[in-house]
Ligand binder design. Structure first.
Ligand SMILES: [Zn+2]
Length: 99
């Protein structure tokens, strides 16, 4: 078998990652369930996993921010922030909340 033939055989078992485009061996590609023609390399799978976790964290932060805004609106509507006993504590919490 010549060197050119071996190179051809080697290329036959490699495919390009659909995410980064890097040539990857067929065994190292992860195929999508409903689209088996799409193969993604392990590095890109980890990258996509990080992106998914970042997205979920953003969604969770938005929910927490929405809940905090709702509670803040209820406190303001009832005038609890001006209450002489616990008003200062509520205003302190409002200043130190991260959202
Ligand atoms: Zn990739």
């Amino acid at each position: 078998m010549s060197a050119q033939t071996q190179a051809t055989v080697g290329k036959a078992t490699e495919s390009a990652c659909w995410c980064c485009g890097r040539a990857t061996s067929e065994d190292a590609l992860i195929r999508l369930g409903n689209h088996p023609e799409v193969g993604i390399c392990v590095n890109c799978v980890h990258f996509l996993g990080r992106r998914a976790r970042d997205y979920q964290a953003t969604v969770m932060r938005q929910r927490l921010r929405g809940t905090a805004e709702s509670i803040r609106a209820q406190v303001m509507a009832r005038g609890w922030h001006d209450h002489p006993t616990f008003g200062p504590a509520l205003r302190w919490i409002n200043r130190h909340l991260p959202w």
